[in-house]
Design a protein around this ligand. Structure first.
Ligand code: MN
Length: 284
């Protein structure tokens, strides 16, 4: 096997494990091909919304195991919550060894402030009260609370939750409009807060571009998804890029068999005791 590619920061989002659309095998190949110094999972990794016990293939479990392996090896892994895994929000700010469960993350990367969050808060705020999303005084966690409250309210009145995929189906023109205003809202909020990078997921639209706002400019990034685009964001040598998974790059490298044998290896090494021991070591 060829040596693993070193990546300073890798960001993935919208994997939707537990759904038919998820390209778990491809993601597994990608994760096995890199050696990240830090891994950011920017929301909707496990699809708890659509989760059914009937659909949980072995490859999906292998992705979870691979992520756990990074944690055991001491790679900082940030699991940022999304709307399809919003049940995890009540456990936010939980830290277990190298594993961190949070709603958002702010990092200083080579002197520049980067703001990571999934981005679903804009669904409700953009539709019902755009000013709310832009209100700098309201913290991100407060917005999440308001969002859950609005969704709860919608449910009470028999209306469905805000869902982006639904919007796409409704009309392509609306989707383009939605993506544009999503990116613009994220950029405006980030400029207001003094961040140089704003990194989202949620809209399944990989992107990397500078956005000008009235009050300044910001680099907007989106890690895309593992349903259609099969993309990740990678930061190396002071620059971001969008990684796109191409089947041809992986054909000879790790075939089915490789994945299987490696996972058997994982079975033996990655029992819960090893994990607990590791966590204990970190605490001591
Ligand atoms: Mn989402």
């Amino acid at each position: 096997m060829t040596s693993k590619r070193e990546v300073e920061i890798a960001v993935i989002s919208d994997v939707h494990l537990g759904t038919y659309g998820c390209h778990a095998k491809e993601l597994l190949k990608y994760l096995k091909s890199i050696k990240p110094k830090m891994l950011i999972l920017n929301g909707d990794i496990i699809d708890i919304w659509q989760f059914s016990k009937r659909y949980w293939p072995e490859t999906h479990m292998k992705v979870v195991r691979k992520l756990m392996k990074f944690v055991v090896e001491g790679v900082p892994v940030y699991y940022l919550t999304g709307n399809h895994d919003e049940l995890l929000r009540k456990f936010a700010d939980m830290h277990l060894g190298a594993f961190h469960l949070q709603n958002k993350l702010v990092l200083e990367i080579d002197g520049k402030k980067a703001w990571f969050f999934h981005g679903d808060i804009f669904d409700v705020t953009m539709q019902h009260s755009k000013w709310l999303a832009k209100l700098g005084a309201v913290g991100y966690d407060t917005l999440i609370l308001i969002n859950s409250f609005v969704n709860w309210g919608l449910k009470i009145f028999g209306r469905e939750k805000m869902s982006f995929s639904k919007k796409v189906k409704e009309s392509f023109k609306d989707a383009v409009k939605f993506i544009n205003s999503f990116e613009q809202t994220a950029a405006e909020l980030a400029v207001e807060k003094g961040y140089e990078y704003v990194v989202c997921g949620h809209i399944h639209q990989p992107e990397m571009r500078g956005i000008e706002t009235e009050n300044g400019s910001v680099t907007y990034l989106n890690s895309g998804d593992w349903i259609e685009n099969l993309t990740a964001l990678e930061y190396n040598n002071k620059a971001w890029k969008i990684f796109k998974y191409e089947a041809k790059d992986y054909e000879t490298d790790i075939e089915e068999e490789g994945i299987l044998s490696d996972s058997e290896d994982l079975h033996s090494k990655l029992d819960i005791n090893v994990l607990l021991q590791k966590i204990k070591l970190e605490i001591v």
